[in-house]
Design a protein. Structure first.
Length: 82
């Protein structure tokens, strides 16, 4: 069995690691991967910049930044960082 982990983008959703073998992922795919309900918002954590909201049709390039890509969620209507 070969180990292809080094070629896979690292992906974390609310600090839990998920396997994903494509270079891009949509908000809808993130929602399905982590079994997220429709009443939570998804944010792409971008160090040094504000978190970027990820809608269902947003496409995130997982090769854009070095290191793992991290996403966080929060309930709709809650204040980020509050």
């Amino acid at each position: 069995m070969s180990n292809d982990k080094s070629n896979r983008p690292e992906l974390f959703i609310d600090n839990e690691r998920y396997d994903w073998d494509k270079e891009t992922i949509t908000g809808s795919e993130i929602r399905g991967l982590a079994s997220l309900p429709d009443d939570v918002e998804i944010y792409w954590k971008n160090p040094g910049n504000p978190d970027f909201p990820v809608l269902n049709d947003t496409v995130v390039d997982l090769t854009e930044h070095p290191g793992p890509d991290r996403f966080s969620t929060q309930s709709v209507g809650s204040q980020a960082g509050a």
